[in-house]
Ligand binder design. Structure first.
Ligand code: GLP
Length: 243
């Protein structure tokens, strides 16, 4: 695992954008799984600009959804679907045929999970996952205590996720469960970039990087990944030991 600490959020976003563009340049038909949330927002803006400036071609990439709030429709601004559409797919002119997201309104969510696993397998596995870290250490919706051998699954959201998640919604929204790729996808992915920014993430990043590796802190699993890169700004790294 590599750890990079950048002086501020802008620098972090620009370095993460470079990493992602680098993957597409070396493998134009890459399979990408990009997180939603506040953390990568600026990275996605920068990718959209860089894609035009450097003539980066995303037309052969495949996009896999990381997670979704169960029962939240895609036209709800707080849904992961809406976020990806607005911040990645539209700006990069990605076609529907390149996109595979969870349908969180599907009645048979178990079947939806198996469908996603099959899609990932048929596309040869995920080349790059960009993940954020929840305030409870989750990755996607892999909540503390999740088994490490799961592929896609439906999971009850813990109280921290239910309350922090309100920030994505205009009005108070019932968030009880999520559908998500599993830690097994995370470990099998060819490259993982984990991003965190701001002082509010400093404690969770200290636990992620310095406490024992455990699914009680799902983000700590990156320390077992063969090709994991953790990218932080100085605020998110503030509680790490100096060495
Ligand atoms: C959310 C999502 C994750 C996201 C994480 C951090 O609940 N399920 O995919 O990466 O929590 O979000 P943020 O970047 O807004 O802090």
């Amino acid at each position: 695992m590599l750890l990079h600490i950048y002086k501020d959020y802008n620098t972090l976003a620009s370095m993460a954008a470079n990493e992602i563009i680098g993957v597409i340049k070396s493998k134009p038909n890459a399979v990408l799984c990009l997180a939603t949330g506040e953390t990568p927002l600026l990275t996605y803006e920068m990718i959209a600009i860089q894609a035009i400036d450097e003539n980066v071609d995303f037309s052969r990439c495949t996009f896999i959804g990381l997670d979704e709030w169960v029962n939240i429709p895609p036209d709800n601004e707080g849904s992961c679907h809406f976020f990806l559409e607005k911040n990645i797919f539209k700006p990069l002119h990605i076609l529907n045929s390149q996109i595979h997201l969870f349908d969180a309104l599907e009645k048979n969510l178990e079947a939806e999970c198996r469908k996603m696993d099959k899609t990932i397998r048929e596309n040869g596995g995920i080349d790059l996952m960009l993940v954020g870290v929840g305030m409870n250490g989750h990755i996607g919706f892999n909540e503390p205590g999740v088994p490490d051998n799961l592929y896609s699954h439906v999971i009850a959201l813990d109280t921290i996720t239910q309350s922090v998640g309100q920030k994505y919604f205009r009005q108070s929204t019932k968030l009880q469960s999520g559908i998500t790729l599993g830690l097994q996808h995370f470990m099998e992915c060819r490259k993982v970039i984990m991003m965190a920014s701001g002082i509010k993430k400093s404690l969770v990043m200290r636990k992620t990087l310095e406490d024992k590796v455990s699914t009680e802190m799902p983000a700590s699993m990156i320390r077992k990944h063969d090709n994991g890169v953790v990218m932080l700004d100085e605020e998110a790294a503030a509680l790490l030991k100096k060495d």
